[in-house]
Design a protein around this ligand. Sequence first.
Ligand SMILES: Nc1ncnc2c1ncn2[C@@H]1O[C@H](COP(=O)(O)OP(=O)(O)OP(=O)(O)O)[C@@H](O)[C@H]1O
Ligand SMILES: [Mn+2]
Length: 268
Amino acid sequence: MTSLSDILTDLVSDVDGVFLFSPNGSFHERFDGIENVVVVGAENTVEADTFVELPIQFADVTDRIRFGIEGAMDDGLVGEGDVLACIGSLFSDDADFTSRVRVDESMRSGIYDLFTNSRADPTVISDVFEVALELGRKGQKGKPVGALFVVGDAGKVMNKSRPLSYNPFEKSHVHVGDPIVNVMLKEFSRLDGAFVISDSGKIVSAYRYLEPSAEGVDIPKGLGARHMAGGAITRDTNATAIVLSESDGLVRAFKGGKLILELDPEEY
Ligand SMILES: Nc1ncnc2c1ncn2[C@@H]1O[C@H](COP(=O)(O)OP(=O)(O)OP(=O)(O)O)[C@@H](O)[C@H]1O
Ligand SMILES: [Mn+2]
């Protein structure tokens, strides 16, 4: 007779490492003496030796796990073929799930790269995500609204675009992340076109019509001109595009001409 614990033991047997997602202190302490423990979370509150920082608390657990593993791969903590036990919390603040994952280059989604190896500062990327997610949750005066943010490599992005109208950010020196700027961005999301944001988070322009070459851009069918332009500009430049869809309410991120991440603002 097999018992449930036998079956669950198989899940974590012979693993090469353990990934703890946002563990609390006392739970983390229980891993003292266990080898190759990597902590993944918003902050290293447990002072773990090996830590991968999450820029946003991905609601989708596969996104969370992918981010942690891709980060650890980048840091050389794990490699192809390693088998990991991922332990985290899904329904409560305590650890309540375990997943056995085999590290495989082909599972690399670019989600870690999106934040860490973009031209723009990682905090700028997360700040823009925050604005897009909040805009997606609340809309503009209760109505769904779309928005397109092109982040990083601003000089090149400006060269591949033209103004639709007077740029309200001309000569201003404001940065994403400032609370007042977030209000302005939301206000101006009614305008057509894209926001262009520099590597350091300066709002360079609103109202930009992007004119990238869309050749070789591989974005899912069914998405319209805003997403096509957003995706394509990231192939033509080293920018990252963060797009809020007015029609389905999702926030998507593109890099290198590819759709990397899709988030539902209602889950954040
Ligand atoms: N090349 C472009 N550059 C900048 N903004 C654009 C471009 N093309 C479209 N947009 C903006 O996107 C808006 C919506 O266009 P469209 O409906 O075709 O896009 P979409 O991808 O379907 O986005 P949504 O899901 O929000 O409807 C336009 O009103 C315009 O403001
Ligand atoms: Mn549309």
